[in-house]
Every structure is written in C-alpha cells, then in structure tokens.
Design a protein around this ligand. Structure first.
Ligand code: CP
Length: 316
C-alpha cells in the first residue's frame, strides 16, 4: 500500500500498516545513520521550519538532526526573539513562514489542536511535535520502535505506563500505537492522574502498582507535569514518590527481561531512582537515539516519498 499522508498530526488517525511503514522506513534510516557518511540527499533543496513555541531538548534537536541527515535546510524558529512577542498570532506566524517558501513545518505548541489547525490552513505538510496534553506522535512512534527492537512483536506484550497520564500527550500517543500493535496497556498511578475514562482508549487502569508491574515487559515512566496542572493532584512530590516512584524493590516485580523507558526529561528521585534510570534495563538514551531515525522517516514520508523506496533512493 502506498503512503498518502502529507501531515502527521496524531497516532489516533494512523492505521497499523502506516505505523509499520514508518517503523520500516526508520529501520532503513537507522542503518544509514550507522554508516560513516550519515547524510542522504532525499530532501535536498527543501526547507523545514522547526516552529517550537514550548520548551524542548530532545524533540527539537532530533527533528533538526533528522532534517539535516536528509539534506534539508533547517530553520529553528526562535520564539523569544520572534514577533509572537509583539502579539502576532499563530495563524499569521505560520502563513508568513509558508510565504517565505518553507516546504514543511514541525510545530510544538501548548494548545492542543494547533497542528491540526495549521494543517487545515496551510498548503505545506505539518508535523506535530507535541500539542498540549493531546498527542506527541513521533514520541509514540519512537517508543514503540524501541520496544520492538528489544521485544520483537508487541502483540500480547504487557506495557505498564506509570505516572501523570492525565496531562501526558506521550501517554495518549503510546496508548494509540500500542493498542493498534496488539500490546496490553496498563495505566497506573494515583486516581487523580489516572482516571477511569482512559479505559475507553482500550487500556486497563490500575492504582495498584505491584499488580500493574507484575510480569510487565515494559515500564514507561512519565514525568509529573507541573506546568499543565492547575493544582496538585497529590499531596506532595515526596508522597507521590513513596507511593509510585520506581525503585529497585518495585522494579523486581517486572518480568526478568523487562525494559525501563522514559520520554524525558526525567525528575530523578521522583518518578524513578537514578540507579534504575542509568541501569542495565534502562533504554532511555536508546529512545533518544531512535528519535532521529523515526523523525527522518516521518519527514521523508510526509515529503512525498514511499516507504518501499527508502533504500534505493537514499543509497549514495
Ligand atoms: N520527550 C520529549 O518530548 O522531550 P523534549 O520536551 O525535551 O522534547
């Protein structure tokens, strides 16, 4: 089947086949990234604007790196020195970027729905790099790509996602991706951060950490997102850690070969102890590395290339 999508807004709208096409394309790019010459000419002559209106380290740099590895020109929008500070709207900002002949926009914004909105008013592809508490599709794609590298097929595998689910775009994108891929997803944390409504997305909801971690093949920790919480959803960080923080004892409840994941940034000593974040079972930095190949795949496909051509069209 051919790839027909120009925008990447959500994982919710992707089919299982499209997720597999992105993963297959990312695998091919990952091999290229291991060569001496890591750059391919696929997007030569194209200009990609990284329109980040919220802070980011990993996502912004991985999109930047991905675009450069594809030979695109990249412009990093500097929100602090831009005319958004004078009140220019998102619509006007994006239409001006398009008028400057950008070929693609990668957007991160605090408001859910911003990437969808831009995709409706612009003629160029729009890629969602995280919109409020809605979705972070490339994070879900790189997380599932990393899980597959360690576990093979995710069908029937148990993935526990632990922490601030309510405010997490990472959780939503992972729930959509994992359930489409046949994994069993258990969401765990305090009831204020893991409301029962998430069962409608096909995940189980648990407030019992031991049973949620029992036999899990993956545990994904999520950061407590103070910036999205109007008020605290638990008495104190210390109490959260004492009830739900991942430590050595609790990690022993996982399957023997289970992996530990976190999208970053980490609150060390809050949702996870440093010895686990830096330990043998942690794949946290692999997630970051895989973010480049996955974002290369997304940029490449949304620019109009086909997944099956990735090797032949990018060989030097
Ligand atoms: N995982 C993630 O989105 O990290 P950044 O906010 O640093 O991009």
């Amino acid at each position: 089947m051919t790839w027909n999508r120009r925008h990447l807004i959500t994982i919710e709208e992707l089919s299982l086949l499209e997720i597999e096409q992105i993963h297959a394309t990312a695998s091919a790019f990952k091999k290229i990234l291991q060569r001496n010459v890591k750059k391919v000419p696929a997007l030569r002559g194209k200009t990609i604007v990284n329109l980040f209106l919220e802070p980011s380290t990993r996502t912004r740099m991985a999109f930047d790196m991905a675009a450069k590895r594809l030979s695109a020109d990249v412009i990093a929008f500097d929100a602090a020195s831009s005319s958004t500070q004078k009140g220019e709207t998102l619509r006007d900002t994006a239409e001006n970027i398009q008028a400057l002949n950008a070929d693609m926009i990668v957007i991160r914004h605090a408001a859910a729905g911003s990437p969808l909105y831009l995709s409706k008013i612009l003629d160029i592809p729009v890629i969602n790099a995280g919109d409020g508490a809605h979705e972070h599709p490339t994070q879900g794609l790189l997380d599932t790509f990393t899980m597959k590298e360690h576990l093979g097929s995710l069908r029937g595998r148990k993935v526990a996602i632990l922490g601030d689910i309510l405010f997490s775009r990472v959780a939503r994108s992972n729930i959509y991706a994992l359930t489409k891929m046949g994994a069993r997803v258990t969401l765990v944390g305090p009831s204020t951060l893991v409301p029962h409504g998430f069962t409608t997305l096909g995940a189980e909801v648990s407030h019992d950490l031991k049973s949620a971690l029992a036999d899990a093949d993956v545990v994904m920790l999520l950061r407590i997102q103070h910036e999205r919480q109007g008020h605290r959803h638990f008495p104190s960080l210390g109490e959260y850690t004492s009830m739900f923080g991942l430590n050595k004892t609790r990690a022993s409840w996982l399957s023997p070969n289970a992996i530990i994941m976190h999208p970053g940034p980490i609150n060390r000593g809050v949702e996870i102890d440093s010895e686990l974040a830096d330990g043998d079972r942690s794949v946290i930095l692999e997630q970051v590395t895989n973010g480049i190949a996955v974002r290369m795949a997304v940029l490449y496909l949304c620019a109009g290339h086909q997944p099956e051509h990735v090797i032949s069209s990018t060989e030097p």
